[in-house]
Design a protein around this ligand. Structure first.
Ligand code: HEM
Length: 209
């Protein structure tokens, strides 16, 4: 099955259609996505700065790591879930978006970087747990982790700015954004009549800008 056919079937699912047809669902899902990745990147930065000896140097590395990593993993799982929901509503556009693809590659690299840490400095952490910073490989992993996650955020932001209105699903007939946005009432469906002046239903900005 060609990938676009598969992605089209993803877009046609009841859930993806509901997101596309709802005014609220996408902003709510994206807000949860933003909260989740803020926790993911924020908690990872706490651990990375400890590895680099730039913060919490008086505290045990393993204590900090075990305190925050459960939040990291919980938020990561929710970030993936909300990310897939957003993806589903416009799958073909996101799949072909270079920033989305770069972001997915960066997420894989972030995983590889964690594996490298676990197989190297992580294995000997009991020996440097109270030291102000990690051994060289631990610091390299810390720098790479910060660079990768900051790049993920830039790519995530750029996705929203590069999914062009022309490629987003047309506005749902009968929904008058003027009514929703508190503008001059259309009084009729689909806009075109209202209190003397003609108002047309504005083309909604893509649900992500
Ligand atoms: C924890 C890892 C992740 C981080 C740090 C992250 C970060 C971001 C950021 C910064 C944005 C922009 C938010 C905005 O413009 O308000 C974003 C949007 C987005 N993310 Fe993620 N994301 C993560 C995981 C995922 C995953 C796993 C997927 C999908 C499989 C995904 C799909 C999306 C999509 C589709 C958007 C674009 C929404 C739009 O059109 O604005 N994200 N993400």
């Amino acid at each position: 099955m060609p990938i676009d056919t598969f992605l089209k079937s993803v877009e046609a699912t009841k859930f993806a259609t509901a997101i596309r047809d709802s005014i609220w669902m996408f902003p709510i899902i994206e807000s949860i996505h933003v909260i989740c990745f803020t926790i993911v990147v924020g908690t990872i930065a706490v651990v990375d700065l400890r590895l680099l000896g730039l913060a919490s140097t008086q505290r045990s590395f393993r204590r900090i790591s075990s305190d925050v990593m459960k939040w990291t993993w919980g938020a990561f799982i929710l970030a993936v879930a909300t990310g897939l929901m957003m993806f589903s509503n416009n799958a073909r556009v996101y799949y072909h978006n270079p920033f989305f693809r770069t972001k997915m590659i960066l997420l894989v690299l972030a995983g590889v970087n964690v594996a490298v840490f676990e197989l190297t400095a992580g294995r000997t952490s009991s020996s440097w747990d109270k030291a102000p910073s990690a051994p060289r490989i631990g610091k390299v992993v810390g720098v790479l982790s910060l660079a990768i996650w900051i790049s993920v955020i830039f790519m995530g932001r750029l996705i929203g700015f590069t999914t062009h209105p022309g490629t987003v699903a047309p506005p749902t007939p009968g929904v008058n954004y003027e009514d929703f946005l508190g503008g001059p009432s259309s009084g009729g469906s689909n806009g075109n009549t209202s209190g003397g002046g003609t108002t047309t239903t504005p083309t909604p900005t893509p649900p992500n800008q």
